[in-house]
Design a protein around this ligand. Structure first.
Ligand SMILES: *Cc1c(COP(=O)(O)O)cnc(C)c1O
Length: 368
């Protein structure tokens, strides 16, 4: 540890890691561009034409600061879900909102519980604000709700993080089981329910929104089904006291004007969203067929990606390395038991074809 002493003790103690290595970074390192970009669960189906138009118009006004209250999009999200304005908080993506939640709830040294190998941004915020993490392994390729609740009780956790449907597995729990899980959490412990993929899931995976449960903070995003990952906007649905507490610590101009306009227009284009959901379902079925063809079983998915099961971690690692070399950007989970899988975002039909070709080559190389 040779960081200069003028950094805080906390910063000096943190490893110099980032939660994600971007495809741009990988391409710069290898000196080769990727042929297909299917590693970050970005939407392959673009942005609503209405949102594009709204964002194009807004460029003319980008010399003005954005509305720090996010008033219009906040009201529109509330109306969309049929809930009070005061229960909606806007942020520059779920990744931003996760940081706000950690900051308003966790004292230094307190514990948060999450699944081992789950979406890493939460962990990054917890350690960055001086909290510590307790990890619970996945069971049967799903978040282990019982073990998560037990761990929360044993560690006196302030926060439990869960994504449903899950990234990186793609699997989900039905709302009845989520309700029982919330009831099992110890007093004072709050569930962060990350619903980045909820639009792609079956209805039974969706916990009812009404009434807002003070023990649960829901998070949703315009990054996935709305295809606006690069614009950075998402929202939390939570008790009014929690949303009000965000006001004390959030970056008030953090959601940019173009994102505000695009999200508002995309929310008003449900036909576009329905078409994306349909296209993704078709792509998932195609990946499942590809998996059957190549002897790589797929996990059930309620998301816009599919996890292919390579059987063991070494083989999955080799396959991802070989896919990357051959121009397919994909990622794999880092922790057991899911580290035997690799995760592929549903692309457009031509992207899926290009990916299938590369994956068939990889399987042939392995067999030769
Ligand atoms: C993609 C993803 C996010 C990112 O959301 P942003 O709104 O883009 O910050 C959050 N959670 C999970 C589980 C994701 O897969």
């Amino acid at each position: 540890m040779n960081d200069p002493v003028f950094f805080t003790r906390l910063v000096r103690s943190l490893p110099t890691t980032v939660p994600f290595v971007g495809p741009e970074t990988l391409a710069r390192r290898s000196g080769r561009a990727f042929k297909v970009r299917l590693g970050a669960n970005e939407s392959a189906f673009g942005v609503s034409p209405k949102a594009q138009e709204a964002m194009r118009e807004t460029i003319k006004r980008v010399s003005w600061y954005n509305d720090p209250d996010n008033y219009e999009i906040r009201a529109a999200v509330a109306a969309f879900h049929g809930m009070p304005f005061e229960n909606v908080g806007i942020g520059s993506g779920i990744d931003d909102l996760l940081g706000l939640v950690v900051r308003i709830f966790m004292e230094q040294g307190e514990t948060a519980v999450t699944s081992l190998g789950a979406y890493p941004t939460f962990n990054y915020h917890v350690t960055g604000f001086g909290g510590s993490l307790h990890f619970v392994p996945y069971r049967d390729d799903r978040n282990d709700l019982e073990a998560l609740a037990d761990a929360a009780a044993e560690t006196g956790a302030r926060l439990v993080y869960l994504s449903n449907p899950d990234n990186p597995a793609g699997t989900w729990h039905v709302s009845r089981d989520l309700e029982a899980f919330v009831d099992r959490l110890p007093e004072g412990c709050i569930l962060i329910l990350d619903e980045a993929y909820v639009e792609f899931a079956t209805d039974e995976a969706v916990l009812p929104l009404d009434p807002v449960d003070p023990r649960v903070i829901r998070m949703r995003t315009f990054s996935k089904v709305h295809g606006m990952a690069g614009a950075r906007i998402g929202y939390a649905i939570a008790a009014a006291e929690i949303v009000n507490a965000f006001e004390k610590v959030r970056h008030h101009f953090g959601v940019n004007r173009i994102a505000q306009a695009g999200a508002l227009a995309s929310l008003g284009d449900p036909d576009f969203v329905a078409r994306v959901v349909e296209a993704v379902a078709e792509g998932r079925r195609e990946y499942e067929a590809l998996g059957r063809e190549l002897g790589l079983p797929t996990l059930p998915s309620g998301t816009n990606f599919v996890s292919f099961d390579a059987g063991d971690a070494d083989r999955a690692e080799w396959m991802v390395g070989t896919l990357l070399e051959r121009g397919a950007f994909v990622r794999k989970p880092g922790a057991p038991p899911l580290d035997r899988c690799f995760r592929v975002t549903v692309g457009t039909a031509p992207e899926r074809e290009a990916f299938a070709e590369i994956l068939r080559e990889v399987v042939e190389i392995e067999e030769s």
